[in-house]
Design a protein around this ligand. Structure first.
Ligand code: E4P
Length: 218
């Protein structure tokens, strides 16, 4: 399973990269705004900096919602760095843009997926990734993990290369359940990845080992 970090915060991206388990980064306009990154030139510089920190794919989202606008923006983003994946919303013109980029060999991430039908459509258009938002479905009393299961079943019935990128992952159990279902990728905050480290028996066991070592070496 690939681990992506869902942030535009450079310190957190570096921390995840230093841990040695990071496979990529996803961003969105809200995450960029949260870091105070505004203006096209600054946004572009920020994407370049992220690409220099990590080795894997970096999703950069288009703002345009019409086909021509998405193509223009997406081509400019893709030209920034070979690691850039053009992130495109799940709308009609977005599907056309995904097909366009797929034909040109440019990687895409279809975002804001909330149904298996949307995922199937994006896969047919040639999306590299589909991003079902599981946390946001849970927020409205709908089972987000069930959506991952449904998409996994559909993709496994055929030969789509499209990867399921479980997005809007809110906690470590989401990550583990996505791994059990077979999501190809998960993206979430750093805390979700660091949550995998935690177990009280590890902490107490290590404390005991160190105490015994100290006693016998006093
Ligand atoms: C995915 O690419 C999105 O950036 C993200 O996962 C959305 O998560 P949220 O619902 O926590 O905002």
């Amino acid at each position: 399973m690939k681990f992506f970090i869902d942030t535009a915060n450079l310190a957190q991206i570096k921390e995840a990269q230093d841990l040695g388990v990071l496979d990529g980064v996803t961003t969105n306009p809200s995450l960029m705004a949260k870091e105070g990154i505004s203006g096209q030139a600054n946004v572009i510089e920020h994407y370049k900096t992220i690409c220099e920190i990590v080795d894997g794919d970096v999703s950069a989202e288009v703002i345009a919602t019409d086909f021509e606008g998405m193509v223009k923006e997406g081509e400019a983003l893709a030209a920034l760095h070979p690691q850039i994946v053009v992130k495109i919303p799940m709308i009609k013109d977005g599907i056309k843009a995904i097909k366009y980029f797929s034909d040109k060999g440019i990687k895409t991430n279809c975002t804001l997926i909330f149904s298996s039908g949307q995922a199937l459509l994006a896969a047919k258009a040639g999306a590299t990734y589909v991003s079902p938002f599981i946390g946001r479905l849970d927020d409205i009393s709908t089972d987000g993990l069930r959506l991952i299961e449904d998409i996994r079943l559909i993709f496994d019935n055929y030969t789509y290369d499209t990867q399921i990128l479980a997005a809007s992952v809110r906690h470590t159990m989401h990550l583990l359940q996505c791994a059990e279902i077979g999501a190809d990728v998960m993206t979430g905050p750093l805390s979700v990845i660091l949550g995998l480290l935690k177990h009280p028996l590890t902490d107490s066991g290590l404390a005991q080992f160190l105490a015994d070592h100290a006693k016998s070496n006093a």
